[in-house]
Design a protein around this ligand. Structure first.
Ligand code: ATP
Ligand code: MG
Length: 299
């Protein structure tokens, strides 16, 4: 705001204050509000507003000099000042509300992008299930030699999203996964433990996918001889660990290198976050890796 505009505003303020002190009417108070609004729009701060007020007080012509009148005038001047500040209060509140709204919007966007990611993922799974069924249909029309190759492909697509997970639960589905990997790679993959009954579908899916990723990592990166998958049901949580006896890796370095090529561990963490689960990875060079996850479940 230019010095000239500021002086003009000061003059207007002083005159309006004088009028108010003179007759105490609503019209003058409305001018206080209007001046405050103008000042706020022009970017004047509250402190500058206070300086303006003080200056006006110092130079305004009081109606009468009697003490009692002065006291009343001081009170009236305060009321006038308060009124001139109320537009500032409103802008302040509005910006706070805008902030809250912005934060909510951000949260919504975040949730939405997660939902889209999950939907994409689930739809890919659905698609695989259809492929699986289609392959099943095809294999019946083929000669036996071609049929066995197709059966292999069918087994693969089945592993990606076994209906077994829905029909029989986590442990049989993991056993099926482990057998498939063992057959293809020649590794020994053992599944042990129990979930003592079915778990919530979201937990079963998460544990299946996490184990699948950890197992794939072990096969691709660790060159182990053995992989052990262990499940354990506790009163308020289910735990799952995937341990290999392969080469091991520097966990801290890999986790610190976000935005690196790998999505597997990030995906594991995201699935766990969604279910308030936890992740621990212990790895020793030359001695292998143990991925340990825990997900809270109601008793
Ligand atoms: N069991 C393991 N043994 C040895 N190294 C591992 C093991 N698991 C993970 N790593 C190391 O951690 C890195 C990150 O794993 P992550 O699963 O996030 O990515 P990736 O397997 O490289 O790629 P993606 O999973 O996206 O195909 C791997 O590249 C590998 O170096
Ligand atoms: Mg991986």
């Amino acid at each position: 705001m230019s010095e000239k505009t500021r002086r003009e505003l000061g003059d207007q303020y002083r005159r309006a204050l004088e009028d108010y002190l003179d007759d105490g009417g609503e019209a003058a108070l409305a001018r206080a509000y209007e001046l405050g609004r103008k000042a706020a729009v022009d970017g004047l701060g509250v402190l500058e507003m206070a300086a303006l007020h003080q200056e006006a007080l110092r130079t305004c012509v009081l109606p009468l000099a009697a003490l009692e009148v002065r006291a009343k005038a001081a009170e009236a001047a305060q009321a006038f000042f308060r009124e001139s500040l109320s537009p500032f209060e409103m802008t302040h509140r509005a910006s706070r509300e805008a902030n809250v709204a912005l934060r909510r919007l951000n949260e919504r966007l975040e949730e939405e992008s997660k939902r889209i990611a999950h939907t994409l993922h689930d739809e890919a799974a659905q698609l695989l299930a259809s492929v699986h069924i289609a392959l099943d249909g095809m294999s019946r029309d083929l000669p036996p030699s071609a049929r066995s190759r197709l059966e292999e492909i069918r087994g693969l697509s089945h592993e990606l999203r076994p209906t077994m997970l829905d029909d029989l639960g986590l442990v049989p589905a993991l056993q099926f996964l482990a057998e498939g990997v063992a057959k293809r790679t020649g590794l020994s993959v053992a599944v042990s433990g129990s979930t003592h009954g079915r778990l919530p579908p979201a937990v079963e899916t998460a544990l299946y996918r996490i184990t699948q990723e950890a197992l794939t990592n072990a096969v691709r990166h660790a060159h182990p001889a053995h992989v052990k998958i262990q499940l354990q049901r506790e009163a308020r949580a289910v735990r799952c660990s995937i341990a290999d006896d392969g080469v091991g890796f520097d966990v801290a370095a890999v986790l610190a290198h976000r935005g690196g090529p790998g999505l597997g561990l990030v995906g594991i963490r995201e699935r766990l976050d969604a279910l308030r689960g936890s992740l621990q990875i212990a790895s020793t060079p030359g001695r292998g890796t143990r991925v340990h996850v825990a997900i809270p479940v109601e008793g």
